[in-house]
Design a protein around this ligand. Structure first.
Ligand code: NI
Length: 139
């Protein structure tokens, strides 16, 4: 392990409370810093799984508040711009505010991951998860 660096992070209070519950569930040997390091490593490992030139198919699941500024139109814009990689999308109105979208993607691994990151990066997206599998083809 390299030298430890401190940084500060701003998170909503309720999210921090949930994170502290997770830290507690992982036992007395783990503190916030250790659990955060584990989560960062998990995220990096799952990203490095496949070859960037390999074709993958996957689903990107998002939860967002459709009232959040121009979120919906930004999401639509991104999806239109990448229509060749987006096979299908399903939109579910969860309640008065929240929407769930499941987007099916297909394309070169590096491009699909970048696209998923830019969708997840749209301000107002509360939660998201990309789940992929390889087709065995190279593009
Ligand atoms: Ni909706």
């Amino acid at each position: 392990m390299g030298e430890l660096v401190r940084f500060s992070v701003a998170v909503p209070e309720d999210l921090l409370a949930q994170f502290d519950n997770l830290v507690a569930r992982r036992g007395i040997a783990k503190n916030r810093s250790e659990v955060l390091r584990d989560l960062i490593r998990d995220a990096l490992v799952s990203e490095e799984w496949d070859d960037p030139m390999q074709e993958i198919v996957g689903t990107l699941t998002l939860v967002f508040d459709h009232h959040a500024s121009d979120l919906q139109s930004k999401l639509d814009q991104l999806q239109h711009r990448h229509h060749e990689q987006i096979i299908s999308a399903m939109h579910v109105h969860l309640d008065a505010h929240n929407c769930l979208e499941v987007i099916v993607l297909r394309g070169r691994s590096d491009e699909i991951r970048l696209l998923a990151e830019s969708i997840l990066g749209v301000k107002g997206v509360k939660h998201g998860q990309l789940s992929t599998t390889t087709t065995g083809r190279y593009l």
